[in-house]
Ligand binder design. Structure first.
Ligand SMILES: C[S@@+](CC[C@H](N)C(=O)[O-])C[C@H]1O[C@@H](n2cnc3c(N)ncnc32)[C@H](O)[C@@H]1O
Length: 237
């Protein structure tokens, strides 16, 4: 996979192509567990009714809708993604307290600073080459003490989970993905992108050096998922 702007273009085009089948494939590939992991993200944000949330790389809005439930009718959620087709699928299921916007998670020009009680990104960071830009934007947009949560697929360290993961992710996912989406390249990219992604400890360091505090992370589902959480800086720079 190329790097920089060329990689971003390929990723955007890939999500444009698979948008129509994305949610079905997610359900098949995680055996429905992504719903449970979404709930863990929502819990980690600490969002309450009336709060404001920012969901980056929101895709078809799977997590965005769960955030919207947490903040209730008095709250607001802004979902941002750079794939027009993923957003089109999200907008097909509108909610009164959700706004979707086309944009790049690494350059949130027009999104105000300190404006959100929480910012999230689920399965998006792995696709983003410039993680410093991503987390500095997330840190900028949350209010002091607000939360930043990043959910990602990871390579498990546990031997049993690693064996299962090797079979599932390297062999079954690319085949089933290609079959259902009709896009073999997209579902070959998925396991590749997980292998190329920074280890969880390094991701935590990136969050810290971009202004987040109290950064902690833990593994879910035998280590195939990681959840990182940090808080916006309280006090001055
Ligand atoms: C695997 S999907 C995840 C979608 C959603 N967060 C979910 O939980 O189902 C990854 C999404 O990241 C988006 N994406 C990747 N790079 C991005 C960037 N730099 N800015 C905005 N969106 C990006 C893609 O368009 C895609 O919709």
């Amino acid at each position: 996979m190329p790097s920089g702007a060329e990689r971003a273009r390929l990723v955007r085009e890939m999500f444009d192509r698979i948008a129509g089948r994305y949610e079905l494939l997610n359900t098949v590939m995680t055996a429905g567990l992504h719903r449970l992991w979404n709930r863990k993200v929502v819990r980690a944000t600490g969002l309450r009714p009336g709060d404001r949330a920012l969901d980056l790389a929101c895709g078809t809005g799977s997590l965005t809708r769960d955030l919207a439930k947490a903040v209730g009718p008095g709250g607001r959620v802004l979902g941002i993604d750079f794939s027009r087709e993923m957003l089109r699928a999200a907008e097909a299921r509108p909610l009164p307290n959700v706004e979707y916007r086309l944009g790049d998670a690494t350059d949130l020009t027009g999104v105000p600073s300190d404006a959100f009680d929480a910012a999230t990104i689920a399965y998006g960071a792995r696709n983003i080459p410039d993680l410093d830009a991503l987390f500095s934007e997330m840190a900028r947009c949350v209010r002091p003490g607000g939360t930043v949560v990043c959910l990602e697929i990871a390579t498990p360290t546990n031997r049993v989970a690693a064996a299962f993961y090797g079979l599932w992710f390297d062999r079954i996912v690319p085949r089933v993905g290609a079959w259902i989406s009709g896009d073999a390249r997209a579902y070959a990219y998925l396991p590749e992108s997980v292998k190329e992604f920074v280890p969880p400890g390094e991701l935590a360091e990136i969050m810290v050096r971009n202004g987040l505090q109290n950064v902690a992370w833990h593994r879910l589902a035998g280590g195939i998922i990681t959840l990182h959480r940090g808080t916006g800086r309280s006090g001055g720079p």
